[in-house]
Design a protein around this ligand. Structure first.
Ligand code: SAM
Length: 234
């Protein structure tokens, strides 16, 4: 089972995404356990202060290092984890890829830290963060949505998470597709607004279907993401 701990100021944001659909089912089936930790529980002053103005002046509040350090220590003691597993969601981190998601979904335990406001005190990062991950070159208000993205992507790769009706192995970027984009897919009706489903998909000839899908994947990748073909084996 994959254990995911999330340190956040806004645990209530996660209720919907983690209880519905594939992630919800994976939680119920105990393929993944997700525990939310309220950062404020690790602040000990009267107002449970977790942020402060930044040294040197400037707009925005910075998350203080001490509550974050204490929260991470708490999670580590709960899980008995010593290895590197603390991930800070940050627009300055390495951009998330399928390969990274697959690697992380194979871990026993992952701790995700959600920043907010102007970011987090650098000393927390230096002391306790093993890796910073970004979900793209834009800035969100907090790390909660990026954490949800990461949890969703990791969970759907867990064996059994997708059930029989779907497979992650032939999705875009997956090793089953050699990292290419998936080609077009169709469902009923056979024709709509004068556009017919390609004949080959109705042929019942699995080898031809397979070959066509492969060709379409290469074509689509060449059109949309030619750089992905650089790593392509053939
Ligand atoms: N001042 C920071 C900067 O310029 O890099 C941005 C802080 S952002 C408003 C607040 C928090 O949202 C970050 O600490 C991070 O946890 C999260 N966040 C924002 N954009 C993100 C992204 N693209 N990927 C991952 N996390 C992000």
């Amino acid at each position: 089972m994959l254990q995911i701990d999330i340190i956040t100021l806004f645990p209530e944001m996660f209720a919907g995404p983690f209880s519905a659909s594939i992630v919800g089912r994976a939680v119920e089936a105990r393929l993944v356990e997700i525990e939310l930790h309220q950062l404020r529980d690790f602040a000990h002053d009267r107002h449970r202060t977790v942020d402060d103005t930044q040294f040197g002046g400037g707009p925005g509040m910075v998350l203080k290092a001490e509550p974050l350090l204490e929260a991470v220590a708490h999670v580590r003691s709960l899980r008995g984890v010593n290895g590197p597993n603390v991930v800070l969601l940050s627009p300055q981190g390495r951009t998330l890829t399928h390969r990274k998601v697959a690697e992380m979904s194979g871990h026993e335990s992952v701790t995700l830290v959600c920043g907010h406001y102007e970011g987090v005190d650098q000393r927390f990062i230096d002391i306790a963060v093993d890796e910073e991950i970004s979900i793209g070159d834009y800035v969100l208000t907090g790390g909660e949505l990026p954490a949800m993205v990461l949890v969703d992507a990791m969970t759907r790769l867990l064996p059994g998470a997708l059930g029989d009706e779907q497979s992650a192995e032939l999705d875009s970027f997956s090793p089953g597709l050699d990292g290419l984009l998936q080609g077009p897919v169709y469902t009923r009706p056979k024709e709509i607004a004068g556009r017919a489903v390609p004949d080959v998909l109705l042929s019942g000839d699995h080898a031809r279907v397979e070959k066509w899908r492969r060709e379409q994947a290469v074509k689509r990748t060449r059109e949309r993401r030619p750089e992905l073909l650089e790593d392509w084996p053939g």
